[in-house]
Ligand binder design. Sequence first.
Ligand code: ASP
Length: 579
Amino acid sequence: MMRTHRAGDLRAEHIGAEVVVCGWVAHRRDHGGVVFLDVRDAAGLVQVVVDPEQAGCGDAHRVRNEWVLRVAGPVRPRPEGTVNPDLPTGEIEVGAVSVEVLSESEPPPFPLDDRVDVDEVLRLRHRYLDLRRAPMQRNLRLRADVNRALRESMRAQDFVEVETPLLIASTPEGARDFVVPSRLRPGSFYALPQSPQLFKQLLMVGGLDRYFQIARCARDEDLRADRQFELMQLDVELTFGGQEDVLAAISRAVLAATEAVRPGEGPAEIPRMTWVDAMERYGSDKPDTRFGTLLVELTEVFEATDFKAFAAADAVKGICVEGEGDLARSRLDALTERAVSLGSQGLVWLRVRDGGVLEGPVAKFLSDSEQLGIVDALGARPGDLALLVAGERGMVRDVLGQLRLDLRRPPVWEGLAFTWVLEFPLFEGVDDDGRPIPAHHAFTAPHPDDVEKLESDPLSVRSRSYDLVLNGWELGSGSERIHRPEIQQRVFSLLGLDAQEAQRRFGFLLDAFRFGAPPHAGFAVGMDRFVALLAREENIREVIAFPKTQSGVDPLTNAPRPLDDQQLRELSLKVIGEN
Ligand code: ASP
């Protein structure tokens, strides 16, 4: 037997037991006569005290940090005054009777002490060392617990786990595809799935009834702290049900996973909001509901205004920033600059004084009743700061929504505020050719009441799609799907795919729909973001074992790399540009 216990599991109850533990040397203190070694394994650290004079312990002087040891000896209480209450094993130590070196280590390129901040690229280049540190150990184990809880919940809800292929044609989810050249068909390429979307819909046509998978997806888009090229999704689809069934199933799974790793902290139920409400009150389709400072409608207050900047505006809205009435002029100028950089003509700021008197460069242009109207609508009190933006409604919402976050948002990992956002529009605008851009994806069903407006007024068509938001991060999206080929064809045409092109790209789906497609709906939860927030991290790389850097590089394996000539020849590829 290699070991009898895990080092970090030893406690006072083991006193007197003869144990064998294996692990890495986390610290060593050589006090001349005795050597103290902290031996670390997956369960934690234990102090080992070695007398190198003793037979079987002769190597103790040579031992260095990160060497791998096998230590045998009795567990004994630490001497009076040396108990460490901060360490779970702090009451005891192992008095070594033998120390066997299993593996030596070069000095590590960075200290593995969790308290030391280490450059991320260096950590990623030696990720195997970084993984030995407690935060990474904790995060990956938490991630495994979340996966397990989700699987159990899905199984309990009769979902069947099905794997879908990695080398596929293409699934449009709004990003660029990663492509893989085919050796056997020179000039042809597979795409990596941006999601299993089309396959899960085919599984529904195939009678699987309820499907899930914790699926790997790849999207070639700009990377950020909350985005990697590769992402894991809890991917779900169900038959003979719609939004309510999906919301119920996903809520149950997500809350079960939350309970598994943050017991007692999740809500009993996830609150809901329509997209219009989210945009109007939070200025965002991923509302951060952990704090107030909501956007307030002021358009009516200025209906008959003489203040030119507001008179012609499509919308006027404001936020009340509590207690910030004395914000320095330089901060206010910076806020104004920020508003302008976000697309506004300017920013009206008003300090709220005693008796509701408003102070600010614009105050003198506002009538008494307008001033009263602002204070009233915002619920502003003396000492508060009112910020107003006027102009095109979408811009007003975006700008104030962003200022609200800039001024008030707590760190993203604080608290757990889930929200369902419902009734997204089907399209989120038009592209350069005037074609509508799907807000979710091309397979999302239009709201049944709006189908007739598809061609005449596409931008006003609501969809049957919904997002899950946590602490202002989009955690996932889903929708009821189109299952009638003629509606799918109409949506494709709006997107500029004529029947022939649609047939070429998605013919297999349209064909499948001709053979009895059941109504179906689904969802996908982004696991990296979900786990990051549960682990109280704001960078998803902290919950991924081997992530890429922000520039898409893996410092450990050096991917991506050029292919050698032989490989290029085999794939019938010629590189025409390089950087
Ligand atoms: N395939 C979608 C996505 O990856 C999710 C869904 O509609 O089920 O965002």
